[in-house]
Design a protein around this ligand. Structure first.
Ligand code: XMP
Length: 319
């Protein structure tokens, strides 16, 4: 795609001009945006860039390993991988309020990131994969209501505290353009085509208190669901799909025994930018297959339901 190639060259020139011989630190989230930003910046300034991946232990199955493998193995980009799962889990213990969960994760994320940034001697710039929709969403429309539905993950306050300037090379792009740019930069197709994943991770897909047991069940159920979606050739037709582990146990029957286990809700939506969304109209046979596989393959789950709420009035995530 010649236009993306041109965009890439222009963006690289801009980054070089902004950064000069300064040092840049980039937080990887595991998602597409921060990965594309990091690879682009690495093309521009090489090892003036260090990436920090704060692994909160709330990623999907095998996701952390994939990111680390991609950066260290494929690109040879210096990467600090901080395994902070236990820190996040203990901070979340006893918390079931969605906003408190989000804020706890956001605050800890910044703390851990700042500590690591100091360890590597700080930097002049902080790189972020901010997209155009993130830029508009954070602007409140004059005269209109300003209501926070959900506190989003960001590194609020950190650039000032550490005296860093921001580098945001994706600020003019929409999601599909970021994917095209990612491909242009040689990121694997399967990686750039990934569904969006929220900063607070699986914690907001476990309504109620988050525990290691629940996260493990959710990770397995989500992996089976996504595998079934890929097998059905549906992954690219859906904007975002995931499993949610409900904090409810129900009675079931397996063989000639009674079971009393968790309920998994499946979510899938179509959308352009995540601001509005429609539930995905699966074929019932698909849903039946996915449910059977999840119940057979995931210990701790005996019932599966499908979420048929669009946005609005629902949000895409459950918390
Ligand atoms: P909602 O649930 O608000 O989600 O309809 C809209 C889109 O945003 C994602 N999302 C987040 N992304 N940090 C993110 O980077 C967050 O804190 C966050 N919360 C929700 C969500 O997955 C969906 O794609």
């Amino acid at each position: 795609d010649w236009s993306m190639a041109a965009y890439r060259d222009e963006a690289i020139a801009k980054i070089r001009e902004q950064v000069g011989d300064g040092r840049v630190i980039c937080g990887l989230s595991g998602g597409v945006d921060s990965a594309v930003a990091a690879v682009l910046i690495h093309e521009a300034i090489g090892d003036q860039l260090t990436c920090v991946f704060v692994d909160h232990g709330l990623m999907r199955k095998a996701e952390a390993e994939e990111v680390v493998g991609l950066f260290r193995g494929h690109y040879n980009i210096p990467l600090v991988h901080v395994d902070a799962g236990d820190t996040f889990l203990s901070a979340l213990a006893g918390t079931d309020d969605p906003e408190v969960k989000r804020k706890t994760i956001g605050r800890l994320f910044v703390e851990v990131f700042e500590e690591e940034a100091k360890k590597i001697g700080g930097a002049d710039f902080l790189a972020q994969g901010t997209l155009y929709p993130d830029v508009i969403e954070s602007v409140s429309f004059s005269g209109g209501p300003s209501v926070t539905i959900k506190s989003h993950h960001n590194v609020g306050g950190l650039p000032e505290r550490m005296n860093m300037k921001l580098v945001e090379p994706l600020r003019e792009l929409f999601k599909d353009e970021v994917r095209a740019l990612g491909k242009e930069l040689g990121l694997p197709e399967a990686f750039v085509g990934r569904h969006p994943f929220p900063g607070p991770g699986l914690a907001i897909r476990c309504p109620g208190e988050v525990t290691k047991e629940k996260l493990d069940i959710l990770r397995e159920a989500d992996a089976v669901y996504l595998d079934e979606i890929r097998k059905g050739g549906l992954y690219d037709k859906i904007w975002q799909a995931f499993a949610v582990l409900l904090p409810v146990k129900t009675v079931g029957v397996m063989g000639d025994g009674r079971t009393y286990e968790y309920v998994v809700a499946l979510r899938a939506v179509t959308s352009v930018d995540g601001m509005t969304a429609d539930f995905f109209p699966y074929d019932m046979n698909f849903l039946g297959r996915a449910a059977t596989r999840i119940i057979n393959e995931v210990r701790g789950v005996n019932r599966v339901v499908y979420d048929v709420t669009s946005k609005p009035p629902g949000t895409i995530e459950w918390e």
